[in-house]
Design a protein around this ligand. Structure first.
Ligand code: ATP
Ligand code: MG
Length: 400
């Protein structure tokens, strides 16, 4: 006997009224896609439930993959048996014994199939007795059991589970449209992308690259970060923008203290152009309020003026420490802290304006035509598709 199914629960989605069908279909597709490396594994739906049929595969790696899929509230290993009292007893005993460090249990039977001859209450007692007789040291605790053996008698079969693991929650990626993530090599923006995905949003990424001031390795870092993010969603296209010429022009033509503000305005302008081309309806950044000089309210006010696309800032209310905790959990932190320069640190003015004025920026910019350089940057964009299975070239070995 062994666990041959995984039961998937999708809590929040149940509240979504009319959209529920679309959400569930999306979730099923996402799970199927993530599990394509496990031949024979199937994702099935029966009323209000989703099951993964393991088809002989070790459940552990499959569970691990599922724990990275948004839209799953919780999951349990399950055994499927015929609607037969003796078989149910045997499976319940196996499921209980798998919980080696536990001392107390409770059995909960749900009889959905009313043709099954034994009522739930009686079945509870039958199973409780069977488990007590055939185990050592287990006692029943109906209020706070260490293990709850759940038995669901359905029309087609009976499913038995004995432990619940938490999923990532959120909504299935692909169910809430697409956003363009401004992805630097830093700690914040990958976390912002992760949190956007949590709300069901699919990502494309844009990165501003300034060779030779920034190296190939800095670009590779962004690709590695993107690859890590694909583990939580679909494949992600990264648009790499050649930014050097525009940056040089800004720092040559504009007052130094406004260089940072104007550079960010250029990023948003180019991001908006990519959104239009790719039919993406919003932009996401890793900005948080008050974290650094360029992230004051005045700064956002001055920068945001160039676009009326919605800007998602999932980190806006977070402390750095909270962001770092998430970055560690999702596996981006170790990549982000690698020391490669990014375009902002190189052109950073000695005394950037922490409270830039919107009217002044507009006035300064009006003195110079950036149009051709912006267009050149857009025309020079290189787009790379990162799929979850892409083998990223060995990256940092020349440093070892
Ligand atoms: P991060 O850790 O994401 O780099 P940060 O705290 O360093 O953020 P800033 O450098 O002020 O903050 O950047 C704010 C946001 O602007 C970033 O979170 C990112 O979304 C975007 N950004 C900055 N530099 C780049 C870049 N080179 N390419 C793409 N986006 C960028
Ligand atoms: Mg940064």
């Amino acid at each position: 006997m062994q666990f041959d199914h995984i039961l998937i629960r999708y809590g929040e989605m149940a509240l979504k009224g009319k959209n529920i069908k679309q959400f569930i279909t999306q979730l099923q597709q996402n799970i199927q896609q993530k599990l394509q490396d496990f031949p024979g594994v199937k994702v099935k739906r029966t009323q209000g439930r989703m099951f993964i049929l393991l088809n002989g595969h070790d459940p552990v790696p499959v569970m691990e993959k599922c724990k990275k899929i948004f839209g799953i509230q919780s999951l349990s290993l399950a055994i499927k048996v015929d609607n037969d009292v003796e078989k149910i007893k045997e499976a319940a005993l196996y499921a209980l014994k798998e919980n080696t460090n536990c001392k107390t249990f409770k059995v909960t039977v749900k009889r959905i199939n009313k043709d099954f001859p034994v009522p739930s209450q009686e079945m509870n007692q039958v199973l409780g007795r069977h488990l007590l007789i055939h185990t050592d040291g287990f006692t029943v605790d109906v209020h706070h059991p260490d293990v709850e053996v759940k038995v669901e008698i359905r029309n087609e079969a009976t499913y038995i589970t004995s432990s619940v693991e938490r999923g990532l929650g959120g909504l299935p990626v692909g169910s809430s449209g697409k956003t363009l993530l401004l992805l630097s090599g830093g700690i914040d923006s990958p976390v912002a992308g992760f949190l956007a995905m949590k709300r069901g949003v699919e990502l494309e990424a844009i990165h501003f690259h300034s060779p030779p001031y920034t190296s190939e390795r800095a670009k590779q870092k962004v690709i590695d970060l993107t690859k890590q993010l694909t583990k939580y969603g679909k494949s992600i296209r990264v648009h790499i923008v050649p930014f050097t010429k525009l940056q040089q022009e800004i720092f040559r033509e504009m007052p130094e203290s406004y260089g940072m503000t104007i550079m960010r305005r250029m990023m948003f302008r180019i991001a908006e152009a990519v959104c239009k081309k790719e039919s993406i309806l919003s932009i996401t950044t890793g900005e948080s309020l008050g974290q650094v000089a360029s992230q004051t309210m005045e700064s956002m006010h001055a920068i945001n003026e160039v676009t009326n696309y919605p800007i998602l800032r999932p980190l806006v209310a977070m402390d750095k420490q909270e962001v770092i905790e998430i970055a560690r959990k999702i596996g981006t932190y170790e990549i982000s802290i690698l020391p490669y320069e990014d375009c902002c640190t190189i052109f950073v003015p000695k005394a950037p304006k922490t409270k830039p004025n919107r009217d002044k920026v507009i006035y300064y910019e009006s003195a110079h035509d950036f149009g051709p350089s912006i267009q050149e940057a857009i025309d020079g964009i290189e787009t790379i598709k990162i799929t979850g299975n892409t083998d990223v070239e060995p990256t940092f070995e020349d440093l070892l």
